[in-house]
Write a protein that binds this ligand. Structure first.
Ligand code: NAP
Length: 549
């Protein structure tokens, strides 16, 4: 990292005329760690969050079955050994209530709540070129000034709901899955519709089917999925995990996706079909993303290899669904396994063997309108008590678009990103001085906390560098940003996921203003280790690509 020039004794005294030195937007996984680092330095900082409490994704997503697909212990913050020693994850893949408890535990342990303000929806952020400071306005009219803004707004935090005719007329309960009511709702015996078959629906559907009188799933495109193979973690297993934490985090830092899973380095074509099948049989029965991330790398790059593996998974689906015609409808035909984000499931395919579950093909018979008592497709009329929209998120840029962000000369970020994000290193944006993003668009797709810690551990010394040098403003070099954007685009060339219709590539039919089908370069496909190296290199070179005042 770049050398600091001056020792700062009273860091909080810098910019005393401004309300804050740093405002962090978002009290989720990344915002919590960011405020911890700033509080440790004694910086005058606050975290603003629109929700009534902390947790971000884990505060919002309370649908039955919600949990992460990361091994729980790889989802831990790594910054405190004491914290790692104290916390016991009760399941290999922690359910939402436990993850939310964890984030509360961390915030309470390090007394971070004192820096957080809830119910604060940021409506606008305007940069003043004369004072080199941001003014933030909240929905209730309050405003505040700050030298720096750091966004920790998440990548999948703006839910998208389709605009069907008649939606407001529905007399039952209807909501997006990520707005599942906080007070428990009893679905026993109810007629429930789930629209969508993404990762959310694939977790939700088996749970709803257990209690609902009738569950109807509206599937537009089938989605590949593989078993989660979850299990409890005993005291002795947790003790062994604690012993291994250094090793676990080192493995995560080595792997492209920030997991313990590392790709099988044998060449796909260097081993026999029997050997490939042997690996796949093993991975299919193992917990977590091994089936995706411990596979041969050719699965991601080579259409023939991908097709052979997709056929293998299709056979596994056929073995689990009793009705061959139904099994066939659950097998994707338009994309291969693993080129979209793979949902992991618990009994998803067996759920379709139940008498109370129906699958409707909403590509063949599209939803036409919502009625007071249910919905109509082009072929039939359905009656429901509850409609759940599991229809995805306005990924990466959605949360930014919710805020009127004006940079230098009053230019709007919404306009700059109308055709997709453009960033420098996924951390900063040319034309938007003194704005840092945690896990912003065009960062390496990663097990979230691993990417969040990387972001925070880069942003914090960067700010220290600015304070130590007496800088008040940073700008991004236009050419440096253009080069990064080109590099990000280039990294899409070799990978099959460039053809995916998923949030990785910005596909979501429900976003007004986005051209459906037009590629958005949302992520950096070079993998976590390479991304981390590039961040380090920029810091080591005195923050090349930055201009300071
Ligand atoms: P998603 O993957 O974008 O899935 C949205 C689903 O809704 C798709 O099946 C989509 O169909 C369907 N859909 C959207 N608009 C529709 C319309 N107008 N009519 C009919 N169907 C429509 O969203 P998600 O399931 O919420 O998952 C998003 C991401 O969140 C995941 O990929 C994952 O990264 C994260 N997540 C993680 C977990 C976990 O860790 N286990 C759980 C949940 C979510 P098409 O495919 O045809 O567009």
């Amino acid at each position: 990292m770049a050398e600091q020039t001056t020792e700062i004794n009273h860091i909080d005294a810098i910019d005393a005329h401004l309300d804050y030195q740093v405002v962090v937007v978002g009290a989720g996984v990344s915002g919590i760690y960011q405020i911890k680092r700033l509080a440790d330095l004694g910086v005058r900082a606050t975290v603003l969050d629109a929700n009534a409490d902390l947790g971000g994704t884990w505060y919002n997503n309370r649908y039955p079955g919600a949990r992460f697909d990361s091994e729980s212990y790889t989802y831990s913050y790594s910054f405190s050994k004491e914290l790692l020693d104290e916390w016991h994850w009760s399941e290999q893949f922690s359910p939402q209530p436990e993850t939310l408890r964890y984030l509360n535990y961390v915030s309470d342990k390090f007394a971070l709540r004192q820096y957080m303000q809830f119910g604060c929806r940021v409506e606008s952020m305007v940069f003043d070129d004369d004072t080199n400071a941001w003014t933030l306005r909240l929905h209730d009219g309050r405003q505040m000034t700050t030298r720096f803004v750091i966004t920790g707004v998440g990548v999948l935090s703006t839910p998208t709901v389709p605009k069907f005719e008649g939606m407001a007329s529905f007399e039952g309960l209807s909501f997006h899955a990520s707005d599942w009511p906080h007070e428990p709702i009893d679905l026993t015996g109810k007629r429930v519709a789930v629209i969508g078959t993404g990762a959310t629906a694939i977790q939700l559907i088996p749970e709803v089917a257990k209690v609902a009188g009738q569950l109807t799933v509206f599937q537009r495109r089938a989605n590949w999925a593989a078993p989660l193979n979850n299990a409890p973690i005993s005291e002795s297993e947790m003790a062994a995990i604690r012993e291994r934490y250094d090793e676990i985090f080192a493995a995560c830092a080595r792997s492209p996706g920030g997991f313990e899973h590392e790709p099988d380095r044998r060449g796909f074509y260097d081993v026999s079909p029997e050997q490939r099948r042997e690996l796949w049989d093993k991975l299919y029965d193992e917990p977590g993303f091994g089936i995706w991330l411990q596979n041969f790398t050719e699965i991601f790059l080579d259409a023939t290899a991908n097709a052979e593996f997709s056929n293998y998974i299709a056979d596994r689906i056929r073995q689990r669904v009793n009705d061959p015609e139904l099994a066939d409808r659950l097998i994707p035909k338009d994309h291969g396994f693993g080129i979209q984000r793979v949902p992991l499931e618990t009994g998803y395919f067996e759920t379709y063997n139940r008498a109370n579950v129906e699958l409707v093909d909403s590509a063949k018979t599209p939803l036409v309108r919502i009625t007071p008592t249910g919905l109509e497709t082009s072929a039939a009329v359905f009656e429901f008590d509850v409609i759940v929209y599991a229809t995805g998120f306005d990924a990466f840029t959605g949360a930014f678009d919710q805020i009127d962000i004006q940079g230098t000369g009053g230019a709007r970020l919404r306009d700059k990103w109308a055709a997709g994000p453009e960033t420098y290193l996924g951390a900063t944006i040319c034309g938007f001085p003194n704005l840092l993003m945690l896990v912003g668009p065009q960062t390496a797709a990663s097990n979230f906390p691993r990417g969040a810690e990387l972001s925070v551990d880069w942003a914090t010394p960067f700010l220290e560098y600015m304070w130590a040098h007496g800088h008040q403003r940073f700008d991004i070099d236009e050419a440096a940003e253009a080069e990064w954007v080109e590099h990000v685009k280039h990294m899409y060339q070799g990978v099959l996921l460039r053809t995916a219709k998923s949030w990785f590539t910005g596909y979501n039919s429900n976003i007004a203003g986005h051209e459906y089908g037009k590629m958005r370069y949302n992520i950096y496909n070079g993998g976590g280790p390479r991304y981390a190296r590039m961040l380090r290199q920029v810091a080591d070179n005195d923050y090349e690509g930055f201009h300071f005042q």
